[in-house]
Ligand binder design. Structure first.
Ligand SMILES: Nc1ncnc2c1ncn2[C@@H]1O[C@H](COP(=O)(O)OP(=O)(O)OP(=O)(O)O)[C@@H](O)[C@H]1O
Ligand SMILES: [Mg+2]
Length: 205
């Protein structure tokens, strides 16, 4: 493949969108041909699937949810990611296969080998050249964003977030070219680390 595929991963509100935009701006200012995209979604069909999967209150069972994510991914990969990579572009994508392993696997307890198989099918074995995983500690999570939690919800969420954090750490160890980035830092320090990693890996040279 001529282009490069960079995936930004991590739990909700860890700063993926913020860093994705900064990265796109940086690479564009260097004259690189970059596209920014996201999952679930990224194409009209996949965005329709996103609406179903993220609609509050809709009854979507875990296995159906898994297949919806993979359906979105299959469409997105074939329609947008692969053509862009073949055209030599840098593709920056918020969330990809690692999110499904983290949420549906570690989070909901669906078999990880099965998720891996479905991920391979949906992606046509397309693998990121670089995966940046943003993880922050819980005390920062509660401060960020516009939500206010009740104590009970906050505690339940803390246990779930702990499980997700462990999942992401395992996945970083198992995934080639995946790096942990400490998302407790300021936006500027995190961006600095992202750019350092690009240099070290020569991914956009
Ligand atoms: N390093 C940081 N320090 C403090 N606040 C931050 C930092 N990075 C992002 N934020 C803020 O935290 C919130 C979540 O950031 P952002 O939307 O980039 O996260 P995200 O990972 O894309 O979230 P989601 O999973 O919901 O898409 C935003 O209000 C953003 O401005
Ligand atoms: Mg986001």
């Amino acid at each position: 493949m001529k282009g490069k595929f960079i995936v930004l991963e991590g739990p909700d509100r860890c700063g993926k969108s913020t860093q994705a935009k900064l990265l796109v701006n940086h690479l564009t200012s260097l004259g690189k041909d970059v596209i920014l995209t996201r999952e679930p979604g990224g194409t009209p069909t996949a965005e329709q699937i996103r609406k179903i999967v993220l609609q509050p209150g809709l009854d979507v069972r875990p296995m159906a949810e898994l297949f919806l994510y993979e359906a979105s991914r299959a469409q997105h990969t074939q329609e947008k990611i692969l053509p862009a990579l073949e055209a030599g572009k840098i593709v920056i994508c918020e969330r990809y296969t690692m999110s499904t392993a983290a949420y549906q696997g570690y989070g909901r307890g669906i078999d990880l080998d099965m998720i891996d198989t479905l991920n391979r099918i949906a992606t046509l074995e397309t693998k990121p050249d670089l995966t940046l995983v943003f993880l922050m500690s819980d005390k920062y999570f509660v401060k960020r964003g516009e939500y206010l939690f009740s104590d009970r919800l906050e505690q339940e969420d803390a246990a779930f977030r702990q499980k997700m954090r462990k999942g992401y750490l395992d996945l970083i160890n198992q995934t080639p070219h995946a790096y942990l980035i400490n998302a407790d830092q300021t936006i500027e320090d995190i961006q600095h680390r992202v750019l350092e990693l690009l240099k070290e890996t020569h991914i956009t040279d």
